[in-house]
Design a protein around this ligand. Structure first.
Ligand code: SF4
Ligand code: FES
Length: 373
């Protein structure tokens, strides 16, 4: 797909080809993380797309310009046909990245996945030791298993990214997290502070970091980036409830990537289902290219014309695109509002006060994620 415009809008909006696709192969997972980003209503196993249907989706994705597919879940290794799915993505020249907790992978399966064309693994990390990791993941033995899987990945020379989800309970151990990433041979570390959408919102009191933790984490990341340049790339998703400006969520709505749910519904971001009134069409029955270009959900917040003040006249709108639509919906009750993380939002002071109240709480119990049938 080359760049196109939609002539049916008052001011035509440029539609560029998407670069990346997140393919949620299943919502089934052995872990029960309290910050799970899957929808509150998860897709049942009996409605998951078949491997053949995923092959059609990948062919359509490649046709419209997608370069990378992130095979995710739930736990994608829960699918017994994962190898077949990887092979079909590789066959149409998509760069294949497996996002996994490691549970369900064996040496034999890694060999088969590598033979099928797997090019990269992103392993999640719930903590730097078994006590923390197994407590957060709600799965005894998970940490030990993960360390074994990391060793198998390294032995095969498959590039590894570690995805460390950080929050009140483990942010003080960020230096150890960085050391562990180095010890595991990771080339990239994602320091991803919990985003309080969906299930994670139930665990704000347990997981919201303090402002002091967030500031110290930013300092540690800055120092580590300078010290480890050329050895480890560190991506950093900040604790946005303690920031002055929002993150450019998805790089701007429907601008660079799309998400496909296990049953084929296509969404502009992983939480778009929380915005009332958006309807999601299904691939491969409807071609991904038509959904990307013409789908009402994709055009709802594409470009800048949907913006209200203060975003509409703000000189940062090309930097952060008004922040996150799903967070605006969750906090302001209006998906076209300025993300309340922004200091210019009338709701910013309330957001900060509520975050600080949650961060000050101690000893709150975790509400673990439950899994679909
Ligand atoms: Fe970003 Fe809108 Fe805030 Fe400006 S007003 S910084 S565009 S969120
Ligand atoms: Fe949906 Fe940010 S998660 S726009």
């Amino acid at each position: 797909m080359t760049e196109q415009t939609r002539p049916d809008t008052a001011r035509a909006v440029a539609v560029h080809p998407p670069m990346a696709m997140l393919a949620e192969l299943t919502h089934r997972c052995a872990l029960s993380c309290p910050y799970c980003s899957n929808p509150l209503e998860m897709t049942r196993r009996d409605t998951e797309l078949s491997a053949a249907a995923w092959a059609d989706v990948f062919a359509q994705a490649a046709e419209i310009g997608v370069l990378q597919v992130h095979l995710s879940g739930g736990e994608p290794a829960s699918r017994r046909d994962l190898e077949e799915i990887v092979a079909s993505a590789h066959a149409v020249d998509l760069y294949t990245n497996l996002i996994t907790s490691g549970i369900g992978l064996t040496e034999k399966r890694l060999d088969a996945l590598e033979a099928a064309g797997l090019e990269h693994v992103q392993l999640s990390l719930q903590g730097v030791d078994a006590a923390m990791a197994d407590h957060i993941g709600g799965y005894r033995g998970g940490f030990e298993r993960k360390m074994a899987v990391a060793g198998w990945i390294g032995a095969r020379g498959i590039p590894l990214t570690l995805n460390a989800v950080m929050h009140k309970l483990n942010l003080d151990r960020l230096p150890e997290t960085i050391e562990l990433a180095l010890a595991m041979g990771a080339r990239r570390l994602e320091v991803a502070t919990v985003q309080f959408h969906g299930w994670a919102a139930r665990n704000r009191a347990a997981l919201m970091p303090t402002r002091a933790q967030a500031r110290e984490a930013s300092r540690i990341v800055r120092e580590a980036r300078a010290r480890l340049r050329g050895t480890l790339v560190i991506d950093y998703v900040t604790a946005d409830h303690h920031a002055d400006y929002p993150k450019p969520c998805m790089g701007g709505w429907a601008s660079t990537g799309l998400n496909v749910l296990p049953d084929g519904r296509v969404m502009p971001c992983h939480a778009a289902h929380t915005i009332p009134g958006l309807a999601f069409e299904r691939a491969p029955a409807r071609h991904l290219g038509e959904i990307w270009r013409d789908g009402p959900a994709f055009n709802a917040f594409r470009g800048f014309d949907w913006m209200q003040e203060p975003c509409r006249s703000c000189d940062r709108k090309g930097i952060d695109f008004g922040g996150c639509r799903c967070q605006a919906m969750a906090i302001a009750g209006d998906p076209a509002a300025t993300d309340p993380v922004c200091v210019k939002s009338p709701l910013h002071a309330r957001l900060v006060a509520e975050a600080e109240a949650d961060a000050a709480q101690t000893g709150a119990s975790l509400v673990y994620r439950t899994n679909p049938a």
